[in-house]
Design a protein around this ligand. Structure first.
Ligand SMILES: Cc1cc2nc3c(=O)[nH]c(=O)nc-3n(C[C@H](O)[C@H](O)[C@H](O)COP(=O)(O)O)c2cc1C
Length: 369
């Protein structure tokens, strides 16, 4: 049904306009109590078996909305209504900025993929903090706040920019994410090098602790799938050393691997980050590598190319406590979360694991004869 609707309607629209339209519908539906309750009952049924504890929070399930969809924190209840167990808002930067010129979002339909070079279009951390402060939540959503660098701020002033956003946003965050992995802000990914990352994460941690004194706000870093294996290990070691709470793997890729023969070369040549099915394999590999390095010491969040319950289950077995998605939501529509939840509950029931927590990283623990 949604596939037909997508083909006849959304696919003929400019992708960014389609996003805004769908987003408006979600927000409107979430504002009408009867409708909201009905939609949530249909699309977000709770499976007791999927309950997880992560980042100091009890969640209904492990599946959340990845950053970039709700950049300004305007639809947290709406996305929860559709079945996302946590919602990561942002990326938010210290200064409001328009992002890159349009067109900046492209659908690669045969590849079930997107290319985006949005460039952190957002209202800035002061406005987003004010919105979060005024918010009267309907659902008990776990809200992640993903922060990045303002484009016009030079690289050597990046830390101060992240600290400003931290001071404004930490109080409203159930967890905070330092995003150093978007390909669409020049120089940003250089911050993944540990000599940059160490002072950045140390300062953000200190700023969060200074600002929020009645609890410890969990801090995570989000990394790119394009990192060399040695660099993944280095980030993993740094995360353990600094007492980070988690790593999110991965953001979009600048590679163009994994595209099918039916891809439109004009689209695949567009500059930006590729997401969806083509990034699946590499995101899984990065996650596996991280878990092999850090084990249970750090919470891993698997994201990148998750389309099905089986994909989500594979991430959990590979070491993810939480999983997230974005691109497949565009292609699969409002019943997507429900299908993932159901499939995950089925897989857990048919597995040797009593709880989802037991399944996390299980592929690494298999005893070989
Ligand atoms: C249009 C678009 C915008 C995005 N914006 C952000 C962002 O602002 N911050 C961020 O950390 N990730 C952003 N992402 C990356 C996603 O959060 C996710 O890491 C990536 O798309 C891989 O997941 P997927 O294959 O399920 O889409 C964006 C992705 C897309 C498609």
């Amino acid at each position: 049904m949604y596939h037909l609707f997508f083909k006849l309607f959304f696919q003929r629209m400019d992708p960014e306009k389609a996003h805004h339209l769908a987003f408006r519908w979600i927000r409107l539906a979430a504002r009408v109590p009867v409708l909201r309750t009905f939609v949530a009952a249909v699309l977000a049924p709770r499976h007791k078996a999927l309950r997880v504890e992560a980042l100091g929070r009890r969640m209904h399930g492990p599946f959340g909305l990845a950053a970039g969809f709700d950049k300004n924190a305007v639809a947290i209840d709406g996305m929860t209504m559709l079945g996302f167990d946590h919602v990561e808002i942002g990326t938010v930067t210290a200064q409001a900025q328009p992002g890159n010129p349009k067109k900046r979002l492209f659908r690669l339909v045969p590849d079930r993929a997107l290319i985006n070079r949005m460039g952190f279009n957002n209202e800035g951390s002061a406005a987003v903090a004010a919105r979060l402060a005024a918010r009267k939540p309907v659902f008990a959503t776990t809200v992640g706040v993903n922060i990045g660098k303002t484009k016009i701020v030079p690289e050597d002033a990046a830390t101060a920019d992240y600290v400003t956003s931290t001071e404004r946003l930490a109080a409203h965050a159930d967890y905070l994410v330092v995003n150093v992995s978007s390909p669409n802000t020049p120089g940003l990914r250089n911050l993944q090098a540990t000599d940059h990352l160490r002072p950045l994460l140390t300062e953000v941690r200190a700023a969060a602790d200074r600002t929020v004194t009645d609890r410890r706000v969990p801090l995570l870093v989000k990394i790119a799938p394009d990192l060399a294996d040695a660099d993944i290990d280095a980030v993993a070691d740094l995360a353990v050393e600094l007492g980070l709470d988690g790593i999110i793997a991965t953001n979009t890729t600048i590679a163009r691997d994994g595209l099918g023969l039916n891809s439109d070369p004009a689209l695949t040549a567009e500059t930006g980050g590729l997401s969806g099915a083509p990034v699946k394999q590499r995101s899984l590999e990065v996650l596996r590598r991280l878990y092999a390095r850090v084990g249970d010491r750090i919470t891993l969040v698997g994201v990148g190319g998750i389309e099905t319950a089986e994909d989500a289950w594979q991430r959990i077995l590979a070491g993810a406590t939480l999983v997230q998605g974005y691109s497949a939501f565009i292609y699969e529509g409002p019943f997507w979360c429900r299908a993932v939840h159901r499939g995950l509950a089925d897989r857990l029931r048919d597995s040797p694991y009593a709880t989802l927590a037991d399944a996390v990283g299980a592929e690494h623990k298999k005893v070989t004869a």
